[in-house]
Design a protein around this ligand. Structure first.
Ligand code: NAD
Length: 409
């Protein structure tokens, strides 16, 4: 039974909260606070268990401060997995979020999926496409949801862009231009800063830094909005700060299904840029432009016409944008609310799963087309594109094919 994908905040409040577990996202982490705000925004998830920090003492202490019961405040994720696997019924975790550094995503996600938990994993899903394929197969085999936190797809006006493309308002899409550039890793002593160092260490992030970290978001949005996948690409990687093994700047040309031309620039050394995630889609009949730093406005221009501003929350938006929009027009909604839309969709999917029985969904996909949370297949595509970009950069920009998601076994 598929639950209708309307925002049912009040409707769901009469239903028991879902039990939520968090791995990583400890005190002082970048993304942990956003997950804690987002998961609890609608009163859907209650933080029931956690292994929050690489240091066991800090992990337990922070969990207690967040109100997690002592017996569910773990020192490490292996203990959490063992103890939580033994719980069932109302106590059982409905969702585990993995918000640790990249190299740990695969073993943690795999472990929880195999034990029968639904997982929301931070991006990148894994370090290699083989691992990502493995995760897809495990999610399918266990009938569990494996979502990937490309959380920017939760912004209402990004969903509006997707809806406008699907409704044909742009005509055939010709061109997608995406950027995700900031200047926060540009200092000469950054290679010695432990908060930044791991992001450029191949043992901790794999064979790509900036492209995997930020470029993957931009590439995911290009596919999310157009509904088309990247087929091949050509990449130029640069390491601008001395001492870095991996790239801190990348320029990538790509081609998508249906001949869509793509351009992507991502940088960590673009001093003066703050969080420069932008997305432009141009078609035969018109073009759309959106930037994350002004996420409540979307610019639309029909061919030969004038630019108009579409405001988040105004009347007449698509059902997808309306459902993702929470407060009145003219008030600013931001990143935690975008992530909250991923959690809201997941809550509906998990409740639907509980109605339908685990086996029905199987693939880790959404039981309802209207639910737009990114899944392991999206994670696979961006990891495969990252590998193709690394190969291409090593071959001075030679065009490389991006493999498609493996068929179910
Ligand atoms: P961070 O270094 O700020 O924090 C990482 C946290 O994980 C710390 O609390 C650390 O103690 C904890 N940790 C490390 N190893 C652990 C382990 N084995 N068990 C439990 N906890 C462990 O990193 P961050 O910037 O928060 O990034 C974490 C992940 O989130 C990365 O994969 C990153 O790519 C992703 N991220 C995603 C977004 C997004 O927009 N979706 C934004 C930022 C970061």
């Amino acid at each position: 039974m598929a639950v209708r994908a309307s925002r049912m905040v009040s409707g769901l409040s009469s239903v028991a909260r879902l039990n939520w577990g968090l791995v990583g996202g400890g005190e002082g982490s970048q993304i942990g606070p956003v997950h804690r705000m987002a998961a609890r925004l609608d009163g859907e998830f209650s933080l029931a268990a956690g292994a929050l920090d690489a240091c066991p003492e800090s992990s337990r202490a922070f969990a207690l401060r967040l109100g997690i019961a002592e017996e569910r405040a773990y020192g490490d994720w292996q203990d959490m997995l063992a103890a939580e696997s033994a719980r069932d019924g109302d106590d059982r975790l409905d969702l585990v979020t993995v918000a640790t550094p990249n190299a740990t995503h695969y073993p943690i996600t795999r472990g929880f999926l195999e034990a029968g938990f639904n997982v929301l994993c931070e991006k990148p899903l894994t370090m290699t496409s083989d691992e990502a394929a493995d995760i897809i197969a495990i999610a399918r085999a266990h009938g569990r949801i494996c979502a990937v936190n490309f959380g920017y797809s939760g912004y209402p006006l990004v969903r509006e862009m997707r809806a406008m493309v699907r409704q044909g308002q742009l005509g055939r899409v010709r061109l997608v231009v995406v950027e995700f550039s900031h200047g926060h890793h540009a200092a000469g002593d950054d290679p010695d800063n432990p908060r930044i160092r791991w992001r450029y260490d191949p043992r901790q992030v794999g064979n790509s830094a900036q492209f995997a970290d930020c470029g993957s978001h931009a590439l995911h949005l290009a596919s999310f909005v157009t509904g088309r996948q990247v087929e091949r690409l050509s990449a130029d990687f640069a390491s601008c700060v001395p001492g870095r093994e991996l790239e801190d700047d990348a320029m990538v040309a790509f081609r998508m299904q249906d001949g869509i031309v793509g351009r992507l620039w991502t940088s960590a050394v673009a001093v003066g840029r703050q969080h420069g995630l932008t997305l432009q889609v141009s078609g035969e009949r018109g073009g759309l432009r959106w930037q994350q730093e002004q996420a409540n406005q979307l610019y639309w221009c029909p061919v030969g016409g004038r630019v108009t501003v579409i405001e988040r929350g105004e009347a007449g938006l698509s059902a997808d944008a309306e459902r993702a929009s929470r407060i009145a027009v003219g008030h600013v909604e931001g990143m935690p609310l975008a992530f909250a839309n991923v959690y809201a969709d997941l809550a509906l999917a998990i409740r639907s799963q509980a109605c339908a029985g685990a086996e029905q969904e199987g693939s880790g996909g959404s039981p309802d087309d209207a639910l737009l949370y990114p899944i392991a297949e999206d994670g696979f595509r961006t990891v495969a594109a990252t590998e193709a970009a690394v190969r291409s950069a090593k071959r001075h920009g030679a065009w490389e094919d991006v493999p498609t998601v493996p068929d179910p076994i």
